[in-house]
Design a protein around this ligand. Structure first.
Ligand SMILES: [Fe+2]
Length: 298
């Protein structure tokens, strides 16, 4: 055995303690995939991988995608590594990063399958804030009472870019909307942004309850979840709000306090995540790589 597994919380999280040079060994990869499936996220504490090593690990978990092509402030184009930061010398358009202060999964607005795996490496720490929280949306579904499950099955939710912006841009200008729409479009690789597009084009309807190909079931929620189709606005938003409170309760969540060199790999379709607020100039820098999605939300 070249590694040791540590369970972090009963329903979410595991750590793999392994030497840097063994991180891509077959048995480590196999354990990582299994733990991610069962426990949403895997931490490699202070492993300190280079970008090249992180990309090698990314490639072992699926097909790599640069998930932030031309996202405002996106950097290191061509390297497949996206730097998540509020540092102005790296990212001069931080709105996209501010959205990560709120519970979300990556790819909620997209028509393509959401990314299968996201991988975050800590290169710089915030003095205050900057911890990342994860919620296991399979565990949240599993623990619901049967009668509530029956009421939720079949409901559909509109996910909108405006809903994702609402917490930090109450009345977004046309220019801000356009920039956000562009960011969403650019995550749909290869598509051109139509000149006359409107934010209404950037709503995506998903089932509230997602039965995955594996047979496991998760809730599809987050800050992007705006309305329940066919339900009065207030009633729908109240339901979304209650389900969010349920999903992010302590039993189903894990908060990661970063140390430099930590690597966290998570199952994006089964996880909501957010970062605790941190400020520009705090020094926090994360390097993200992404494995492309293989399963549409259905
Ligand atoms: Fe994210």
């Amino acid at each position: 055995m070249t590694f040791e597994v540590e369970i972090l919380k009963p329903k979410i999280g595991a750590a793999i303690h392994v030497d840097r040079k063994s991180v891509c060994d077959d048995d480590v990869i196999q354990a990582c995939q299994q733990l991610m499936e069962e426990r949403t996220l895997v931490v490699f504490p202070e492993i300190g991988l280079s970008d090249e090593q992180q990309l090698e690990l990314t490639d072992r978990l699926g097909s790599r995608v640069y998930y932030a092509a031309n996202v405002p402030g996106g950097t290191t184009a061509g390297s497949d590594v996206y730097e998540i930061t509020l540092e102005s010398e790296i990212n001069n358009e931080p709105e996209y990063v501010l959205s990560t202060f709120f519970w979300h999964f990556d790819g909620a607005h997209n028509h393509a399958a959401p990314p299968k795996v996201s991988m975050l490496a800590s290169w710089g720490l915030a003095e205050k804030g900057g911890q990342t929280e994860f919620a296991n949306t399979y565990a949240a579904w599993d623990a619901l009472p049967d009668e509530e499950k029956a009421e939720l099955e079949g409901l559909r939710v509109k996910h909108s870019i405006i809903s994702s912006m609402r917490p930090f841009a109450e009345t977004p200008s046309d220019e801000e909307r356009r920039r956000w729409i562009k960011a969403v479009f650019n995550t749909r690789l290869g598509e051109e942004v139509p000149a006359d597009c409107d934010s209404d084009d950037f709503e995506k309807e998903h089932p509230l309850v997602w039965t995955h190909a594996s047979g496991r079931i998760s809730l599809v929620l987050g800050v992007s979840a705006d309305r329940i189709v066919g339900m009065p606005l207030a009633e729908g938003r109240a339901l979304i709000s209650r389900l969010m409170e349920w999903t992010v309760q302590p039993d189903f969540t894990y908060r990661h306090t970063w140390r430099k060199g930590d690597l966290v790999i998570f199952d994006n379709p089964g996880a909501l995540h957010r970062v605790l607020p941190y400020g520009a100039g705090s020094g926090r820098v994360m390097h993200r790589t992404t494995v492309t999605g293989v399963e549409l939300i259905a």
